[in-house]
Design a protein. Structure first.
Length: 278
């Protein structure tokens, strides 16, 4: 494990290119702790990166220490309904396990290219009106809190819509989680069904990170559909998405700032869902 410089356009699903001043990949908790200690010693902010599906790098040169989660990918059955899953596992791979074993699950996340750690951190789920999230199936989460490894039960984890104690840039590394998936007779492939729905209603014509804001005025955001700034635009197909056609993040940033400015001028509240890292 080494902390190094890196230039890449692969760390965010916006596919913008950046020069990362400090970048490292960790495959064990011990390696993460070494990076954590380096950050403290050098008074550096750090960000734990999963698959980059909701991460927005806002500057060309990123000074934040980026720590890529390369923990071993494990799906370990405990019994017929419970399974321990490492944070680096992709959501889709866990859903495939559930489907193959006739287990109920958060199949509505089949179109989300996130890791389990990222989904847990942001309390991933359906739209707010559905009141369904990944935590409906969580028994407990094990994490490193900056000094020790801890485990919290579901009811002990503070969370709200698209936010938990693990969200954003902090020192909490999700290591694994235990899920309980009840048996369910499944006639139609729910993964294929969700993907078909996604192709119909979601805009995948260009790089994007899905929903940009976790809350905002729907009338204002609705008026922004199709708005273009340089080589990025609010999707005309999918509400609250930004499509990107450039390796430069400035056009995305302008669109975000414009939406925030409109809300400010009209005394409306707005909050980012994507994680902004600089």
């Amino acid at each position: 494990m080494e902390i190094r410089r890196l230039e890449s356009n692969k760390l965010s699903f916006y596919r913008t290119r950046h020069k990362f001043e400090n970048y490292a990949e960790f495959s064990t908790v011990e390696e993460f702790i070494s990076c954590y200690q380096w950050a403290n010693k050098n008074k550096a902010n750090f960000y734990i990166l999963g698959n980059g599906s909701n991460t927005f790098f806002s500057r060309k040169k990123i000074r934040t220490l980026i720590l890529k989660n390369n923990l071993a990918k494990r799906i370990n059955p405990i019994n017929a309904e419970e399974v321990e899953v490492s944070s680096s596992v992709l959501v889709i791979n866990l859903l495939k396990y559930c489907y193959e074993n006739s287990l109920d699950s958060f199949y509505y996340l089949a179109s989300v290219p996130a890791t389990i750690g990222g989904a847990l951190a942001m309390n991933a789920g359906r739209g707010q009106e559905h009141n369904l999230t990944i935590y409906d199936f969580v028994v407990s989460v094990t994490f490193f809190d900056g000094s020790q490894i801890r485990t919290l039960k579901n009811i002990e984890i503070k969370r709200s819509y698209r936010e938990t104690i693990f969200t954003g840039m902090n020192n909490l590394l999700i290591i694994s989680a235990i899920f309980r998936f009840p048996y369910k007779e499944i006639d139609e492939d729910p993964i294929a069904a969700r993907r078909d729905w996604s192709k119909k209603f979601q805009d995948y014509n260009s790089p994007n990170c899905g929903s940009v804001f976790k809350y905002g005025d729907r009338k204002i955001l609705g008026k922004l559909k199709g708005l273009k700034m340089g080589k990025a635009n609010f999707s005309s197909k999918t509400f609250n998405w930004i499509n990107n056609y450039s390796e430069d993040s400035i056009f995305i940033l302008i669109l975000i700032k414009f939406a925030q400015l409109l809300h400010l001028l009209l005394s409306k509240e707005i909050g980012l869902e994507i994680i902004k890292v600089d």
